[in-house]
Design a protein around this ligand. Structure first.
Ligand code: ASP
Length: 361
C-alpha cells in the first residue's frame, strides 16, 4: 500500500499538471476528417512585401495565394486548404468589380456540400466595408471569415501568419456558423457590423465599439461570447441575384464653416445617395443641412452618420429628420452606412423602409 507521503506527492504532481494549461493544452486540431476550407485571396498587407524586415515602406498585394498557404503549414493540420486568387490589390483600391466577384464566388462555394467554410485574405484599410457588404449578401450560415495583417509578410514580427492560422481555425469551427460574416485579427473575433479600424499603424487596430466582440481566439482555440447583432446572411433582405452594378453613394465629412458645395457636387456627379459623416450626433451647419434637405427633396437618399468613433446618431434629436426628409444611421459608421444604403437603393428609395433597415441591420 503506498504511504501517505507518496500519495501527497502524487496528488501535488497531478494538481500541478492540471494547473498548467498553457503547456498541457492540445492544439486546436478538430477530431475526425478535416473540413474543407477554401481561401480566397484579395491582396492587402498580409500579402505585402518590403525590401527589408525593418522598414515602414512596403507594397500591398505582392504574394500569391499559394505562397500565403505555404507560409503557414501549421494551418494544414486544421483543415484541407485550397486557394483561389480573386484579386491582388491593396484594399484602398477595393472596388465593386472585386466585391461582386468575391460575393458571388462565396455564394457558389458555400452552396457546395463539401465546403465547410471560406477564409478571405484582405487589406485592413477597407476590410470593415467588405465584411459588412458580404454580411448582407452572402446566403449561407457556414463560417465566412476575413483576415488581414498590419505588417507585411517580410516584416520582423509579421502578424499575418498567426492571423491566418486563427482565421482557418474559426472557419473550421462549427460553433462559428450562424454568427454572420466574421473578421479574425490579432486574437479577436469581430462581427462584420461592429468592427472598425482605429489606428493607422498599430497591430491592435480593430475595435468593436458598442456591439462588442463576437469572441476571442488564441492559437486556434476559440471562445465565443455572442451571436450576430442585426439581420445578416440568410436573413438579409438583399441579394446580388439581379444586381450587376451598385448605385453611387458618396460620403462627405462635416466640419466648421461647411457649405453645401460638396453636397451639390455629389448630386451633380450622379450620386443616388449621400452619407454625411456629421459632427457629434450627425450634425452639420445650417447651410449644409439646407443643401442636404434640398437634394433629399429631389429624391437623393441622404443619411446622417457621424465622424465620431462611437455612439448612436439618433433620429430627430438635434435635426428634424422627419421635416427635412433624412435618414439617421443609428450605430452604423459612415462607411458602413454607405454599404447598407447602396444595397438598400437596389430595392427602393422609400425613406421609411430605408430607415427601418438601418434599425434592423
Ligand atoms: N493599405 C493596406 C491595405 O488595406 C493596409 C493593410 O492591409 O494593412 O491593403
Amino acid at each position: 500500500m503506498p504511504r501517505p507521503r507518496i500519495l501527497f506527492a502524487v496528488s501535488l504532481l497531478l494538481a500541478a499538471v492540471a494547473a498548467t494549461p498553457a503547456i498541457a493544452q492540445a492544439p486546436a486540431a478538430p477530431k475526425g476528417p478535416l473540413p474543407n476550407i477554401v481561401v480566397l485571396a484579395t491582396g492587402g498587407t498580409i500579402a505585402g512585401a518590403a525590401a527589408t524586415d525593418v522598414q515602414a515602406g512596403y507594397s500591398s498585394g505582392q504574394v500569391g495565394v499559394e505562397q500565403l498557404l505555404a507560409a503557414v503549414p501549421q494551418a494544414k493540420k486544421l483543415a484541407n486548404l485550397r486557394g483561389e486568387q480573386i484579386s491582388n490589390i491593396g484594399s484602398q483600391d477595393m472596388n465593386d468589380e472585386v466585391w461582386l466577384k468575391l460575393a458571388r464566388r462565396i455564394n457558389e462555394l458555400t452552396a457546395m456540400p463539401d465546403v465547410a467554410g471560406v477564409v478571405i485574405t484582405h487589406g485592413t484599410d477597407t476590410i470593415e466595408e467588405t465584411a459588412y457588404f458580404l454580411n448582407l449578401v452572402v446566403k449561407s450560415k457556414k463560417p465566412v471569415v476575413l483576415t488581414a495583417s498590419m505588417r507585411p509578410s517580410t516584416a520582423l514580427s509579421a502578424d499575418g501568419p498567426l492571423n491566418f492560422y486563427n482565421a482557418v481555425a474559426i472557419a473550421a469551427n462549427k460553433d462559428a456558423a450562424g454568427r454572420g460574416v466574421l473578421v479574425v485579427i490579432n486574437d479577436w473575433i469581430h462581427g462584420a457590423s461592429s468592427l472598425t479600424k482605429t489606428s493607422t499603424t498599430a497591430v491592435q487596430t480593430f475595435m468593436s465599439p458598442l456591439r462588442g466582440l463576437i469572441g476571442t481566439v488564441a492559437y486556434g482555440d476559440a471562445e465565443f461570447y455572442r451571436g450576430p447583432v442585426g439581420k445578416n446572411t440568410v436573413d438579409s433582405d438583399f441579394s446580388l441575384d439581379k444586381v450587376t452594378t451598385l448605385p453611387r453613394v458618396d460620403i462627405i465629412m462635416a466640419h466648421e464653416n461647411m457649405d453645401g458645395a460638396l453636397i451639390d457636387a455629389a448630386a451633380a456627379a450622379g450620386a443616388k445617395g449621400i452619407v454625411i459623416a456629421g459632427v457629434g450626433n450627425g450634425n452639420m451647419t445650417e447651410a449644409a443641412l439646407k443643401a442636404l434637405s434640398a437634394q433629399a427633396k429631389k429624391g437623393i437618399v441622404c443619411v446622417r452618420s457621424s465622424r465620431v468613433a462611437t455612439g448612436n446618431v439618433g433620429r430627430n434629436v438635434e435635426v428634424d429628420d422627419d421635416k427635412l426628409g433624412l435618414v439617421a444611421s443609428l450605430d452604423l459608421n459612415p462607411q458602413k452606412s454607405r454599404v447598407l444604403l447602396r444595397l438598400a437603393l437596389t430595392r427602393t428609395t422609400d425613406l421609411k423602409q430605408i430607415q427601418k433597415w438601418f434599425v434592423e441591420y
